[in-house]
Structure formats: C-alpha cells, structure tokens
Design a protein around this ligand. Structure first.
Ligand SMILES: Nc1ncnc2c1ncn2[C@@H]1O[C@H](COP(=O)(O)O)[C@@H](OP(=O)(O)O)[C@H]1O
Ligand SMILES: [Mg+2]
Ligand SMILES: [Mg+2]
Ligand SMILES: [Mg+2]
Length: 354
C-alpha cells in the first residue's frame, strides 16, 4: 500500500488556506478597491510574494530538509527600490501567518498569534523556492498565485502546492478561493480546496477544510463534452482546440477559466476534457503549473499526458521540457482527444506543405 502522507497532507491544506487569506486580503484591499490600477503589475506581485512567503516559511519550519521549487524569488524586494513593496508583503504575509490557529493547524509550523516573522526571514523564505529540481529526491512545488490574470479580473485563480518524490507527484493541494463549491449552482458558497494523495484518491473540501467530497471523472459522451481551456489565448491555442472540437463533433462551447481551477473542475465532473496546446515555439511549461493538477486528475480516475499521449515528466528540473501541451480527461475521452489531435495536426501540416 502506498504511503498516506498524513502529516504532509494536513500541512499542505493548512499552508494553502493561510496563503488564501493573504491573496483574499490583497484582492479586497488593493485590487477590488482599485487602490492600485489594474495596469499596475504590483497587486499581482504583492499577492504572489505574500502567498509564497506564507507557504515557504511554513514549509521551512515543518520540513526543514525539503527543497522547494517556487515560482517567485525575492530579488526585486531586496532592492532599495523595492522598499514599499517589501513592507506591504511583510505585513500581508504576517497577517496571514499570525491569524488564529484553526482545525489542523500546528503552532510549530510558525503560525498562530505569537509568530510574527521578521522581514529577513520572510525574504529568505521566498528565496528558498530557488531549487532547480531533478530526477531524484523529495521536493515541493509552490505556485503562490496561478492564473494571475484571473486573479486581477476577480475571476478564477489558484494557490498550488505539491510534493514530488523521485519525479512522481505524491501529494497535490489546490486552493481556489473564487470557485463555487457546487458546480451546478454558481451562487453557492465560493472557495474550494482540492486534495490528492497518490494511491489514496482525490477530494474536494470547502475553503475552511470541511465537507470532504470524493472526486471521480465520469465518462462524458461527445455530445456533452466541453473543453476546459485557458482564458488567455497566449497560453493555449484556441484555434487548434477548436479544430479538435470540430473533429470530435463537440457542439458545446469551451469553458475558459484561468489557473489549475480547471483541473479541479475536470476532477469533479465538469467539461470532461482539459486541453492546453502550445501557441508557439520557445515557452516551456513549468512544473508548478501542472504537478498538483496532474495528480488530482489521476486520482480522480483520469489520464493526463502531453498532446502526443506521452506522460508528463516532473523529473527534468523546473520545467516539463520541450512543450507538447497537456491533455487530461477520463480514459475513453482521453484517447479520442489524442486521436482527434493527431488528425487536426496532420491536417495543419498538410495544409502548410501544399
Ligand atoms: N506562452 C505560454 N504558454 C503556456 N503557458 C504560459 C505561457 N505564458 C505563461 N504561461 C503560464 O500559464 C499559467 C496560467 O495558466 P492558465 O492560462 O491555464 O491560467 C501562468 O501561471 P501564473 O499565472 O502562475 O504565472 C504561466 O506560468
Ligand atoms: Mg502558474
Ligand atoms: Mg503563479
Ligand atoms: Mg507567473
């Protein structure tokens, strides 16, 4: 029987919940009230840095020997010109860290009312995310705000944490503060946490950690499929996914959400397919954008591969290597989509040759 990762699971849920407090505070104070304009990139940066500071400093206390692959680093904050931003982040991260202990929290993780962190220790925590990754050993990935564009628009975004051992994702937690708990009722309470442990299934919790609901991807007939894809056309080719949809005779429109909320939705039965297709040469997918979501899909009974049908490799370092996109779905749908993609790309290649 595979390991249950009980402590790591409890920790990861607690860390993601605290980080959600920080990003929600950033949104309510800075973005919603337009204290900073939406063109200003600082609200994103404040949220990203504060959330990474929260998770990374908790990780450092809980599992001091584990390396961390985090999206952000503190170079900009350490510069003289970063003083104002730095002070804001320290305040926001500390507010989230010193909030009262809740169910599942452990004071030794550096949280609770008596745990104010110094500026230096928070900057160091952010920079602990600089691990280069690789094939062997145990490591965590942090995407402190995934879907920053969605965060700014007040739409979907996610706080993502995973534990990888010897290139295999073992634990994934994704916090989605703006996602309705009930997919059939958009007016239901917002805020979900998705949790998966390899060999032990996937579940959805409320943002306060309650109401665990097991997740399974149903087989969806083509007439009911809806592609889950990026809002941003720069992140995934909408035109190629449109061709694939045509081949599969999918008539329903795509569901476009930012962030790994898409993986959560797929795992609870929405849409039936996650599709992400490269928009050009040069971009390499980052492991923190897919590690927790990939395990969630697998533990909900689905398959996740690149667009050729090959497994994603989390042992190559901070990226997934050469970009062949991502396709995730229930087993039957997955093979249909890969076949349709092969036909769509062959047609594109032949047109280019003609
Ligand atoms: N050209 C590109 N192709 C694919 N993904 C890209 C990209 N440029 C940025 N991204 C990634 O897309 C993520 C968001 O995915 P999605 O479009 O599904 O919401 C971003 O995460 P961050 O928002 O954490 O930076 C970023 O890492
Ligand atoms: Mg991301
Ligand atoms: Mg991010
Ligand atoms: Mg980013």
């Amino acid at each position: 029987m595979s390991l249950t990762y009980t402590t790591e699971r409890q920790f990861a849920i607690a860390a993601v919940r605290r980080a959600c407090k920080a990003t929600t505070a950033v949104f309510n104070r800075l973005v919603k009230n337009e204290t900073l304009t939406k063109d200003d990139k600082s609200p994103v940066t404040v949220g990203d840095y504060a959330a990474q500071a929260v998770i990374s400093s908790m990780l450092h206390r809980a599992f001091p020997a584990d390396p961390i692959i985090g999206e952000e680093d503190a170079a900009e904050l350490r510069a003289e010109s970063g003083k104002e931003l730095r002070e804001r982040i320290v305040q926001l991260a500390n507010e989230a860290l010193i909030a009262d202990l809740e169910l599942g929290d452990v004071e030794d993780w550096g949280i609770g009312p008596r745990q104010e962190h110094s500026t230096e220790s928070l900057l160091d925590a952010i920079d602990k995310g600089n691990y280069e990754g690789g094939r062997d050993g145990r490591m965590w990935t942090i995407d402190p705000i995934d879907g920053t564009k969605g965060f700014l628009r007040g739409e979907q975004y996610a706080i993502c944490l995973s534990l990888i051992e010897n290139s295999q994702v073992q634990l994934g937690v994704i916090g989605c503060p703006n996602l309705p708990v009930d997919p059939r009722d958009p007016s239901s309470a917002h805020g979900c946490i998705f949790v998966a442990v390899r060999g032990h299934g996937a579940e959805q919790l409320t943002i306060s950690g309650g109401r665990p609901t097991p997740l399974a991807i149903p087989e969806t007939p083509p007439s009911e499929l809806q592609f889950l894809e990026s809002v941003e056309a720069a992140h995934s080719s909408h035109s190629l996914s449109g061709k694939v949809a045509e081949i599969l005779e999918v008539t329903r429109p795509p569901i476009r959400y930012d962030s790994q909320a898409k993986y959560g939705c797929l795992s609870r039965g929405e849409g039936g397919v996650y599709i992400r297709l490269p928009t050009g040469v040069g971009y390499t997918e980052k492991i923190w954008d897919h590690a927790p979501g990939s395990l969630l899909v697998e533990e909900a009974g689905g398959i996740i591969t690149d667009s050729r049908g090959l497994p994603l490799d989390f042992g190559l370092g901070r990226t997934l290597g050469e970009n062949h996109g991502v396709v995730a779905a229930g087993k039957q749908t997955h093979s249909r989509v890969i076949e349709a993609l092969r036909r769509a790309t062959t047609a594109v290649d032949e047109k280019a040759k003609a």
